[in-house]
Design a protein around this ligand. Structure first.
Ligand SMILES: NC(=O)c1ccc[n+]([C@@H]2O[C@H](COP(=O)([O-])OP(=O)(O)OC[C@H]3O[C@@H](n4cnc5c(N)ncnc54)[C@H](O)[C@@H]3O)[C@@H](O)[C@H]2O)c1
Length: 358
């Protein structure tokens, strides 16, 4: 296949035009590693969106970000749901997502919530149900769906350019493990990290029927101390019969790694192999060297802007092009199946799990 082959338009460009004269008024709850970036994007990089308020439970953080971005700030999430707000971006710690989604839904706000939707399936289902019952938009932050390379590859795989898909590969490694306090609330490696690959697997190839998961802590005992895993490998069997391989880790010392491959009967596509910051290579007698991106904020900078733009268009009546509540629950269920597979050292048929993941 040729890289010039036509593909569907980028999801963030579908839907009504957004205008500066009538911006979607958004607030952001949670101003940590990612919330800060989302707030900056809403404030200055998403055409047709306006940041009207920021909230963080830590007063110094809320004040500093509010002052930096020139908007009112608060430590109370209820202040993010006032009459001047149409849509809320939830980037607080994962265990808080369901309650914040329910409150935003009750206030009639459109919701973009970071992944995963909840720490467990029961709470996630209640949150998705609350949004549906209130009739509000709920988009979950699976940003890879808005990365130009992943989205382009996905469209072409889905229209059959690779023939019949045989194998899906995906890997996601942070350069450095997050703080132990984050890990303790994260839901664990499968729910916090693998969930991106699991969402991608469904989005690109289709439903997954079986998973087999391994996990280990070899080095960083702080990770073991909070009951988490340092590395993980998951194999998938799709309903189509295709197979999948995912590998994850909390610290790839050379940099952030998020890449994938789909192989089919007509060819293959590799995605996100090149994580260079600049298109340059230093060549010296000792060898050649390229810079490598160290975190998700830089690697996926355009994707985070595009997902908020798509959200804004959906708020204004465009199609919902991001991951839905149902997508989030499906990925969460797969993560729960991974957890069970590792604990019980066996392949798990996803249909074994009931709606609560039990
Ligand atoms: N899509 C992605 O690529 C991606 C990347 C990183 C994190 N995330 C998700 O985003 C969420 C936040 O992750 P992070 O890395 O930014 O975490 P973080 O710990 O850096 O930041 C969380 C922030 O929320 C604030 N907070 C805590 N309780 C709050 C409350 N009740 N109300 C308002 N603010 C509160 C904290 O003070 C902190 O500033 C998590 O759910 C995580 O899974 C997604």
């Amino acid at each position: 296949m040729s890289p010039e082959s036509p593909a569907a338009p980028a999801p963030s460009t579908i839907g009504p035009e957004l205008t500066a004269a009538d911006p979607v008024r958004m607030s952001v709850i949670g101003l940590g590693r990612l919330g800060r970036l989302h707030a900056e994007n809403v404030a200055g990089r998403v055409p047709g969106a306006r940041l009207v308020r920021v909230v963080d439970a830590v007063e110094d953080v809320a004040r500093a970000q509010g002052e930096r971005l020139g908007v009112p700030w608060s430590t109370d999430p209820a202040d993010a749901l006032g009459d001047d707000v149409e849509a809320v971006v939830i980037v607080a710690p994962t265990p808080l997502h369901p309650e914040l989604i329910a409150q935003a839904a009750a206030a009639g706000k459109a919701i973009m919530c970071e992944k995963p939707i909840a720490s467990d399936l029961t709470a996630g289902r209640r949150a998705a149900d609350a949004a549906e019952a209130a009739g509000v938009l709920l988009q979950i932050g699976f940003h890879r769906r808005f990365d130009p390379a992943w989205a382009h590859a996905r469209e072409r795989v889905r229209v059959g350019e690779l023939g019949e898909v045989q194998l899906f590969r995906s890997q996601l490694w942070d350069q450095r493990a997050p703080a132990a306090s984050f890990l303790a609330d994260s839901g664990g490696l499968y729910l916090d990290v693998t969930v991106h690959d699991l969402d991608c697997a469904r989005w690109m190839v289709g439903e997954v029927e079986e998973v087999t998961a391994h996990g280990a802590v070899l080095v960083d005992q702080e990770i073991a101390a909070v009951g988490d895993l340092e590395i993980g490998v998951v194999t998938l069997k799709f309903a189509s019969g295709a197979l999948g391989i995912i590998d994850n880790g909390r610290s790839a010392v050379y940099g952030y790694q998020a890449s994938g491959e789909v192989l089919g009967t007509q060819g293959a596509v590799r995605i996100g192999d090149d994580h260079r910051i600049h298109d340059l290579q230093w060549r010296t007698p000792e060898g050649a060297r390229t810079d490598w991106q160290g975190d998700f904020q830089t690697r996926f900078a355009p994707a985070y802007v595009a997902e908020l733009e798509a959200f804004a268009r959906a708020v204004r009546g465009g199609p919902a092009t991001g991951a839905t509540g149902a997508d989030a629950l499906a990925a969460q269920r797969l993560a729960a199946a991974c957890e069970r597979s590792r604990a019980e050292r066996r392949t798990v048929v996803v249909a074994e799990l009931d709606d609560d993941g039990a």
